[in-house]
Ligand binder design. Structure first.
Ligand code: CP3
Length: 365
């Protein structure tokens, strides 16, 4: 039953982390749980005999690129939520834009503004100048950090890597940053599609390589973020996103057939039946889809992740508890990873995050 009784944390005796077993459809005693953006700005200070604060690291290292491109800082920040909440997945602290400088696309992430691409790409010549990504050369700190993290986390949790999906990366580099209407990338898509296709192909090959690199360095599952794919109508998704996602999955499965791949697209309710066509192992749902309906529409062969509204973490503890139980009941006993429907919001009370993990880890099917 889903009584939500608090159980003593059990020493893991299984050879595989809970999250990997759940994805593979092995019987598990509860759903594994982690939270998107579990490392980051909501973490002010948690005292556990030691101080764990992302915000203090930010004061000392104000540049996001420095924090995310220095092995020691990446390891430390990735481990902060692990030390405090013991999630079943530990995600690398990095960004989907991290590969861009290695592809000859200079960028920064500016406080209060978000991602900035200094020279947005618009023409065939711009796209020609994009270099294929070589992770060993361009982001060796990612590989080093993953190797250290894998040792630190050992078998108690799954180490998660991630990449941006081709369309989402293209939207940043064409728009020049975050966007409201996506008019620049749509102008390209709907007037000079060949230029966009050339760019998408470069991101596809590059991100497939990046996933392989992350897996070789210790990532045990990799999440692909296609955050903005749902800005596309379904026919356009079928042209500008789906084939590239499928290609990434095909390339990675050739070398890493057992590496679980998770696909996240926010607001994907209108595309749900199409997402499994990519070949991914897990679809990560946002909260605009009811978990039970999402399950039905995705079919039984695919695992599902999600899908609690990050805003629930601003609610009362009882509300949080009830929403967790409701989501877990609707997801069923197999192939579910409990998570939010998008990243944790800045300002989320840390005690509510702690409560979320406590309840989730105390559940028993
Ligand atoms: O989940 C985790 O804890 C891992 C870390 C992670 C970050 N970015 C760190 C980060 C992950 C998985 C991402 C992915 C990412 N980055 C996505 C896909 C997920 C999604 O939200 O849909 C996207 C679209 C980006 C691009 C990006 N990077 C945005 C929109 C921002 C926010 C800008 C802002 O200032 O609000 C970033 C910066 C960023 N990446 C932050 C963090 C913790 C916040 C800036 C900071 O900490 O200084």
């Amino acid at each position: 039953s889903l009584g939500g009784t608090m159980a003593e944390p059990k020493a893991t005796s299984t050879a595989e982390p809970l999250l990997l077993n759940a994805v593979r459809g092995v019987d598990v005693e509860r759903p594994p749980v982690w939270l998107m953006r579990q490392a980051g700005r909501y973490m002010k200070a948690v005292f556990l005999g030691f101080l764990v604060s992302y915000q203090i690291i930010c004061e000392k290292y104000p540049s996001f690129r420095e924090r995310s491109e220095n092995v020691d800082l990446v390891v430390e920040i990735s481990l902060q939520p692990w030390k405090v909440f013991k999630p079943d997945g530990v995600i690398l602290f990095s960004d989907i834009l991290t590969p861009l400088s290695g592809m000859n696309i200079p960028f920064d992430i500016v406080k209060g503004k978000g991602p900035v691409i200094f020279d947005p790409l618009h023409t065939a010549v711009d796209v020609d100048q994009v270099r294929e990504f070589s992770p060993e050369e361009s982001v060796p700190y990612v590989g080093e950090a993953l190797k250290i993290l894998r040792k630190e986390v050992d078998r108690e949790a799954a180490l998660l890597g991630f990449v941006g999906a081709p369309f989402t990366l293209a939207s940043y580099v064409v728009e020049g940053g975050s966007s409201k209407h996506f008019s620049k990338i749509k102008r390209l898509a709907f007037s000079q599609p060949n230029i966009l296709h050339a760019l998408l192909q470069k991101f596809t090959t590059s991100m497939a390589k990046y996933i392989q690199y992350q897996a070789d360095c210790g990532a045990q599952a990799v999440q692909i973020f296609d955050s903005w794919a749902t800005e596309l109508s379904p026919v356009d998704f079928e042209e500008f996103s789906l084939p590239y996602l499928k290609q990434i999955v095909d390339i990675v499965k050739q070398t890493h057939p057992n590496l679980p791949l998770i696909l996240y697209a926010s607001g994907s309710g209108g595309l749900l039946e199409r997402l499994p066509l990519t070949g991914v192992d897990v679809v990560s749902l946002d909260w605009t889809v009811d978990m039970a309906e999402g399950r039905r529409r995705l079919g039984p062969n695919i695992a599902v992740q999600g899908n609690i509204d990050p805003g629930v973490l601003f609610g009362s503890k009882d509300f949080i508890t009830n929403r967790i139980k409701d989501t877990v009941r609707k997801a069923g006993k197999v192939k579910h990873i409990l998570n939010l429907g998008h990243g944790i919001v800045v300002g989320t009370p840390e005690e509510n995050v702690a409560h979320f993990f406590e309840v989730a880890k105390g559940l028993r099917y």
